[in-house]
Design a protein around this ligand. Sequence first.
Ligand SMILES: [Zn+2]
Length: 307
Amino acid sequence: MTFTNAHTHLELGWLAALCPHAPGRDFLPWWFDLEERRRKMSAMACFVETKFRQAAEAGIEALLAAGVTHIADLSASGSSIYPLNESGLQGMIFIEVTGQYAEQADRALAMARYVIDEARPKLHSGLQLGLALHAPYNVHPTLWKKGVTYAREAELPVCVHVAESRAEYDWMTTNTGPLADFYRETGIPLSSPGMSPVAYLEERGVLDLKPLLVHGVHVDESDVQRIAASGSRVVHCPRSNMRLHCERMPLELYLKHGVKVYLGTESLASSPSLDVSEEAQAAIDLHDGYVDAETILGLASQPLSGG
Ligand SMILES: [Zn+2]
């Protein structure tokens, strides 16, 4: 039997205290806090391997205990690769890159390339490596361009977080809200494209790669049609969305247009567990009156493979 958790960041398991169950936290302060902790940890290189690897191993134990057979994990450090390979779980591990400045693009991709080239030949046949270009709010246009080229040339599946928070949507569409204020105050050179997050991914050529899109909460019907036409797939993480005050994803709209939707728990930094049964139950409660329970339970039993 197939049981899929289509979105985890196993290496972030040590950040479980970042987002309390109630009242949760707004997305943006949570993200700032997460990035700060990651920066501090990365600066202490001697702890990274142990901390991330222990978190990945604990996460794998939790996944296996929950009966999961397929995963899509994101890892900025690569720490989850070998523990996942040894676990027998199937699916994909996306090496995650970010860079808000054009000058960061080459270095970010060189690191990803190194990890991927080193590990790719060693994985069992049911596990695949890919590239995660993290999200429109922390990937510079130069990194989108070079990242898309690299993924295409190396035939890597791609994963992107998109349309997750209201802050992301307001910045991208109208250059308003807290994220727009943050860029103005810090001078980070990311400009509002004046279009929806999904339309932006289409313009950047990302949708041509049929990426695994995570969240897709702030979308209208034309965005969903773009996703459907491209053959991209979407991962729904309702518990993380609720904890981070990101609102309800219009699951019924995706299903209406025939988009393949998976369930994922997100990381323990914004989710109470890695148990996809609990995620399904949260989705059933959240979409009551929009999508029936049987359909939602079926989302978790689809196998996961490259694009
Ligand atoms: Zn995520």
